[in-house]
Design a binder for this molecule. Structure first.
Ligand code: PLP
Length: 310
């Protein structure tokens, strides 16, 4: 078995990834929105949602280096029942002919009808392995991980962590920042694990600022981003900060107000708004502009990390 080919014949070199034809650099579009214009602020959308129809947004940037490194071996990764990361990993496996195994939080889900996210994973050939919440919480403990991998039949697989944020993924997201050099003063992105922000901030030019909007409650993300930058780059990189006020109740939570905001944004700009991440980030930017956070002349780029799921 040669380098880059698995026993199923899958090839996961950079060439194979290029054959998937990602649209890179992703488009950068200016939109006119009165809520920014009246403060003299320009709003650009960095359309990472257009990178690839199945591997949307930051998921492409994070997965591609891990797929290349998997060298044809199966990939095992982790997520909740609504994880975009699981979906993207399953799609990548189908496109590249790599077996994928998804370890899913919640053993009560086993034997029940799959929700649309998990059904899509299964249709893409991902083998789903459900674990109880306590086991899931302790999955980075080596003994627990070894037990889970054995039970999932994934001992020979390459492990990609929950949310896909490892050092390779963070380095992959540096290109997002590089594509925005000289194009904006502030770049905003919604954060789950913070891996995308960690890489983005490292890729920006001096003087450009990155703003992360966590969609989880908790206030722990800053430490995790510092740890991710340390593992990816050996130390802190770039000028970034978090605004923790816009999680709308936490991961996968929304409120009627958030939906009203997103519906209105869709009407104004004729473009779908993903609700669990992107809507929270756009809401935050409108609020910040209203608070006078941006001086007239500021150019703000909003990273559109995902699209609404059909
Ligand atoms: C996964 C995801 C994110 C969060 O990325 P992290 O690197 O985990 O912070 C943001 N937006 C969308 C649409 C996502 O699916």
């Amino acid at each position: 078995m040669g380098r880059g080919s698995g026993d199923n014949g899958a090839v996961t070199s950079d060439d194979a990834l290029a054959a998937l034809r990602p649209r890179l650099p992703s488009p950068l579009q200016e939109i006119r929105d009165e809520r920014f214009a009246r403060h003299g602020v320009r709003l650009l959308l960095k359309r990472d949602d257009l990178i690839h129809p199945d591997l949307i947004g930051n998921k492409w940037r994070k997965l591609a280096p891990n797929l290349a490194a998997a060298d044809g071996r199966p990939i095992v990764t982790f997520g909740g029942a609504y994880s975009n990361h699981l979906r993207a990993t399953a799609a990548a496996g189908r496109l590249l002919g790599i077996p994928t195994i998804g370890v899913v939080r919640g053993d009560e889900l086993a034997g029940r009808p799959l929700n649309p996210t998990l059904a899509r994973c299964a249709a893409d050939g991902m083998r789903l392995h459900f674990v109880d919440r306590s086991t899931y919480r302790h999955k980075s403990d080596p003994a627990t991980l070894a037990r889970v991998l054995r039970a999932a039949g994934a001992e020979d697989a390459r492990v990609v962590p929950e949310g896909g944020s490892n050092a390779l993924a963070v380095r992959g997201c540096r290109a997002l920042g590089e594509e925005l050099r000289g194009r904006a003063d502030v770049v905003a992105v919604a954060c789950g694990t913070g891996g995308t922000l960690a890489g983005l901030a490292a890729g920006l030019a001096p003087g450009q600022r990155a703003l992360g909007i966590p969609v989880l409650k908790g206030g722990f993300l800053g430490d995790e981003i510092r740890a991710l930058q340390h593992s990816a780059f050996g130390g802190p990189r770039g000028d970034w900060r978090l605004d923790e006020r816009f999680h709308f109740g936490g991961y996968a939570r929304t409120t009627p107000e958030l939906h009203r905001f997103a519906d209105d944004f869709e009407r104004r700009h004729g473009q779908g708004v993903e609700r669990l991440y992107v809507a929270k980030m756009l809401y935050a930017l409108v609020a910040l502009a209203d608070e006078g956070a941006y001086a007239p002349g500021t150019v703000v780029a909003a990273v559109i990390t995902g699209a609404p799921q059909p």
